[in-house]
Ligand binder design. Structure first.
Ligand SMILES: [Zn+2]
Length: 241
């Protein structure tokens, strides 16, 4: 029995090492994804600015049409002036001309304002697009680096995986099934140490009689709370290790 538990402990150590590789690899991948997302967000923002500028250009055309219409109206009313017979008609035409002139003046200001807004939106879009282009270049370089380091990690992982597979063959098949199941269910930790009667997996206290049995190391015991396989290691042995 003492032999069995030491193999399980070694297996757990190798599995912990493997999940460490998996975590590192995943972190590196996530970093790249996060950077891609940041760029995509900026690109979407730039696109919004372009759309806004296009909308503003459309309203600029509408304003221009208003202005042209007013100019046309002035010409028309000035023509009619020649034919008026009463001062009331004359006054009415003058008023219309004045209003049209005011419209032209207003639209000039509006056009200027909208033009400035268009320029601002386009400048913002351009700035964002430049930023994205630069960041994409950097990301491409970083991606190559990350891929290389993932490749290296995978190589190291493979060595550990081979050791793990060999070690697993030394564990009786009934035990390995339970071990694998626990490993999945308990976040990669199936075999844990007991220190001062406390399970180091779930940190619950082990009943005294059971703790005494575990300390003897004659049999394999499970934690009554988390079901992880428990083992006891005297303090002195730990210091030696
Ligand atoms: Zn436990």
């Amino acid at each position: 029995m003492k032999e069995d538990i030491s193999v399980l402990i070694a297996l757990q150590e190798l599995d912990t090492e493997l999940s460490g590789f998996d975590r590192k690899i995943e972190e590196k991948k996530q970093e790249l994804i996060a950077r891609e997302q940041t760029i995509a967000e900026k690109e979407a923002l730039a696109e919004q600015c372009r759309e806004k500028a296009a909308e503003l250009e459309q309203s600029q055309r509408d304003i221009k049409a208003n202005s042209e219409e007013a100019a046309e109206r002035i010409k028309n009313r000035q023509g009619k002036m020649m034919q008026v017979q009463t001062s009331r008609e004359h006054q009415a035409l003058l008023k219309e001309i004045e209003e049209a002139k005011k419209t032209i003046k207003d639209t000039e200001e509006q056009q200027l304002q909208v033009m400035e807004q268009v320029e601002a939106e386009e400048a913002k879009a351009k700035e964002l697009e430049n930023l994205c282009a630069g960041e994409k270049e950097l990301l491409a370089e970083e991606t190559v680096k990350v891929e290389k380091s993932i490749e290296k990690l995978n190589g190291q992982r493979l060595v550990v995986q081979e050791q793990r597979d060999k070690m697993a063959q030394r564990v009786p098949s009934s035990q390995i099934k339970r071990y694998d199941k626990l490993l999945k269910k308990r976040e990669g930790l199936a075999v844990v140490r007991v220190i001062d009667a406390v399970c180091q997996g779930c940190f619950m206290t082990i009943p005294p009689q059971k703790y005494n049995d575990i300390c003897l190391g004659e049999q394999i015991f499970s934690c009554p709370t988390c079901q992880r396989t428990l083992y006891y290691l005297p303090e002195t042995e730990e210091a030696d290790a």
